[in-house]
Ligand binder design. Sequence first.
Ligand code: GLY
Length: 333
Amino acid sequence: MKRRTFIQNASLTGIGVVAGASALSCKEEVTVTENIPATTGGITLPVVVATWNVHDATAKAWDVLQQGKSSLDAIEAGCMVEEANAEGQSVGLGGLPDRDGNVTLDACIMNRDGNYGAVVYLQNIKHPISVARKVMEDTPHVILAGKGAEQFALESGFEPEDLLTEASRKAWEKWKETSEYKPVINIENHDTIGMLAIDSNGDIAGGCTTSGLAYKMAGRVGDSPIIGSGLFIDNEVGGATATGLGEEVLKTVGSFLIVELMRQGKSPQEACEEAIGRIVAKNDSIKDFQVGYIAVNKHGETGSYSIHEGFWVTKYQNDKNENNPSDFYNKKP
Ligand code: GLY
């Protein structure tokens, strides 16, 4: 099957982006098979989209969707790939530690029924996304934190594991030479993984998993496990998820905002732009941090936007009978 690649402008009408903001326009590089329409404007299910250049994770989620399984199963399986990747220093195993050298993980997952589960400040467990799912499905609560979350994970059969790899320990030792605290923008094109999927039944789910900011204060929790901030799904409307400096996402409840904007009629792209515009409008120091959003609506249309260039999005979307999925990045020029 012949493949072709073309560049198209994302729908950047400037809606909601404050004048003078440095948020940049997007170009989409789309690779499609010849007989499959490029369907950013149409309904083509299933679809999975993730923050950053996480091919393996997104491909895994796509495989699960291709097997006819639910978007929730796809999200868990996809996020687990990055959590197990010791090379990635911003999620799961190998995540950079807090100032005291402890790797602490945050994650959440949300299903088509609006149910949600999360873990915050979880230690010694490689797959917080799976623990979050268990919190959602097996407990009367939505969030478990710290030692309680770890105890629940152990009682649920998860194996304890030292998550501080040699590379991350060395990075922490180096950081301690100055102890200068500064968020890293686009850490090696890899940061918090937010993932959204719609399965062949049209049901939406999402997940978000992270080790949080490197060298954060002990006890710090970011946006990723907090419903409405790091992730929000409404199966009648769409979903959104965030990456970047969690404090800014928390203050603007970004993912909920994006879903509500889509409910009011904005496209995923327009909604992501407006959510970034809200952050830009309130900050004099946007050069010092990154925030990026991705969104999908019920029709399978997607959008993404970030404060700074360098934010990549990985997406698989194609005819469900096609075994050769298109892959697609939004990349700032
Ligand atoms: N967005 C991840 C964090 O700030 O922890």
